[in-house]
Design a protein around this ligand. Structure first.
Ligand code: NAP
Length: 316
């Protein structure tokens, strides 16, 4: 099969399209013929050697795939054969074939294409499970940072659907318009100096991180919750959570959330629900660009340029 290999860690041009032996499904696994592989920041970390669980080169990136089950291992029912599925894979997704435990696999409804499934993918899971973690209630004021990004775009839509009054921060007038078209009530352009600082919030959803975390914790209302779920703007320094002490009188809570802490059963249940809501039109997915595996360097270069709105998808 064709696959993308990281033979040495570095910038996008270390990504090489190579021929590898076809994988065989082991006990409890299915073999997926990949129709779409999501491109995300986790893959960038795998590529540059900063992903904590994959510290040796010689790895195929790709944390999420959609495709067709073409073989099953011992202990897996034949009914899986021929099914269109989605799976979180951590790595290995940038390939024509991938094996994954059947408990990590979710069947796709007819209405959802493979690119749309990976565009929903890990971003929607982080947003949806993260909003549950902070227990967003109807009528609460929710601030979403990085709303033009994969996680933020989903969080802004899902919080709106949960009945919250959502303010989303993005970075260009075009992104402001596109987020409004997705139904988000208040959208701010941070590059025009609109940073949400003139108000207060019950919940802040933060896939951005960076040094500004302290200031956003300080914008929480009494009993407010701050969800740290990414670091697209940089890893926060040791003083980032000082806002917890300066606003102690408000009883703020900070949650750190990563989907890798959630078991496969809960992921599958959540993703099936997200698929249903997407098929019903209640949740909208945005695919920015589809590229062949051979254009993986371009895909990573685009991802890191900060110009992508929605998901980049590799189509083997
Ligand atoms: N918690 C988890 O389980 C989990 C899972 C997957 C990924 N992640 C992490 O979550 C983070 C976001 O992922 P993503 O897929 O949403 O990334 P993304 O699509 O690149 O979105 C990040 C967004 O953050 C905003 N941003 C970037 N740099 C910024 C800065 N310096 N200041 C303010 N805003 C900035 C931009 O949005 P605007 O243009 O709208 O301002 C950008 O689109 C990454 O660090 C990723 O590794 C976490």
């Amino acid at each position: 099969m064709k696959a993308v290999m990281v033979s040495s860690f570095g910038s996008a041009d270390v990504l090489d399209l190579v021929e590898l032996a076809d994988p065989c499904p082991g006990p409890g696994q299915v073999l997926i013929s990949v129709q779409a592989a999501g491109v995300g920041f986790m893959d960038v970390m795998v590529r540059n050697g900063t992903y904590p669980q994959l510290t040796e080169p010689g790895v195929v990136p790709g944390a999420e795939v959609a495709g067709i089950v073409t073989a099953v291992g011992d202990g897996v029912g034949q009914e899986w054969l021929g099914r269109r599925v989605f799976a979180l894979t951590v790595s290995s997704g940038y390939a024509e074939l991938v094996t994954v435990g059947v408990d990590h696999v979710v069947a796709l409804p007819e209405a959802i294409s493979a690119p749309d499934a990976v565009a929903l993918g890990v971003n929607a899971l982080v947003a949806s499970l993260g909003l549950k973690r902070v227990a967003v209630q109807p009528g609460e004021r929710v601030l979403v940072r990085g709303a033009g990004g994969g996680i933020g775009m989903m969080a802004a839509q899902l919080a709106t659907a949960a009945g919250a009054e959502v303010t989303a921060i993005t970075s260009t007038p075009q992104r402001v318009d596109r987020l409004r078209q997705l139904g988000v009530a208040h959208v701010l352009d941070r590059r025009a100096g609109q940073d949400g600082g003139d108000s207060s919030y019950d919940v802040v959803i933060d896939p951005v991180g960076g040094a500004e975390i302290t200031r956003y914790i300080e914008l929480l209302r009494p009993n407010g919750r701050f969800l740290s779920c990414g670091a697209a703007g940089g890893v926060p320094g040791p003083d980032a959570f000082a806002g917890l002490l300066t606003t102690f009188h408000n009883s703020p809570t900070v949650f750190a959330f990563n989907v890798s802490s959630v078991g496969p059963g809960a992921i599958a249940t959540e993703f099936a629900d997200l698929l249903r809501r997407t098929a019903d039109g209640a949740l909208r997915v945005v695919v920015d660009t589809e590229l062949p595996l051979s254009e993986v360097v371009k895909a990573h270069t685009l991802l890191e340029s900060g110009t992508v709105f929605g998901k980049l998808v590799l189509v083997p």
